[in-house]
Design a protein around this ligand. Sequence first.
Ligand code: UDP
Ligand code: MG
Length: 307
Amino acid sequence: MKRLSIIVPCYNEEDAIPHYYEACVNAAAALPVETEWWFVDDGSRDATLAQLQALRAKDERVHYLTFSRNFGKEAAMFAGLEAATGDYVAVMDVDLQDPPALLAQMLEGVEHEGFDCVATRRVTRIGEPRLRSFFARKFYQLINRISNTEVIDGARDFRLMTRQMVDAILSMREVSRFSKGIFSWVGFSTKWLEYENRQRVAGETKWSFWKLVVYSLDGIIGFSTAPLAIASIMGIVFCLLAFVLILYFFIKTLLWGDPVAGFPAMICIILFLGGIQLFCIGILGQYLSKTYLETKRRPIYILKEKV
Ligand code: UDP
Ligand code: MG
């Protein structure tokens, strides 16, 4: 019998874990595979670890990893992928926003339909703040325009993969990880299942608006170098503009002389160009800082305990 490893990143999820375990164990009982769980306690400050220890005590199929501090969901998923040994590996959230009932269909996709991966996307964003949905949609439009890696709008991290694909993902050891890009970058045939957005079963979201902004910048910087070209393009545009203006003022002065004027205009132009220069240097800085952090080769997470 084939084996399925399910990776579940958890950060301050003491309320959600019991609900998740019950729902997922029931769904897994009907699967034609042996199932094991790899919970990753991402430096939680509540009773998450105690909950995991209790699950482990009553169910041998439950394993867990604990981190020395909070490293973020991306690091937690990576640690889980490294630890999992199954022939198939699934990643899902603990808050039941990823319905365990879909696992059967997902398994079917890789076992019998020849896909390497079955991924999920939500087709609605009901229950999410309007402004957040708006910016999320804009982000997907932008990144798909400037990156060669396709990032599907509404894609969840909930997916089931073959061992081969997991090994490909593990070979990408970058520290600033953007899984939606990584899953797509490694390729392999992917089947998409769609479902409606659901509310969290307990607890609250760990993603503030600001965290999402930073995460989307990680995505853009990690999977596109287009912003680096902005400086060159703007430079060319402004050179052309300057050339036209030089001609204009040259001819004007020849014809009508040069009465002293235009001081406010000068200030505006200096400020405007200064702003654009700083903006472009800022973009360079973003790429440089990522390069700097990657060259340090720090570990993606630090393990405290593996059970
Ligand atoms: N998570 C994590 N580390 C973090 C933040 C979140 O492991 O620093 C886990 C969290 O416990 C949950 C999953 O990632 O299982 C998704 O988080 P959440 O539900 O808060 O995100 P949302 O569904 O709102 O996008
Ligand atoms: Mg959630």
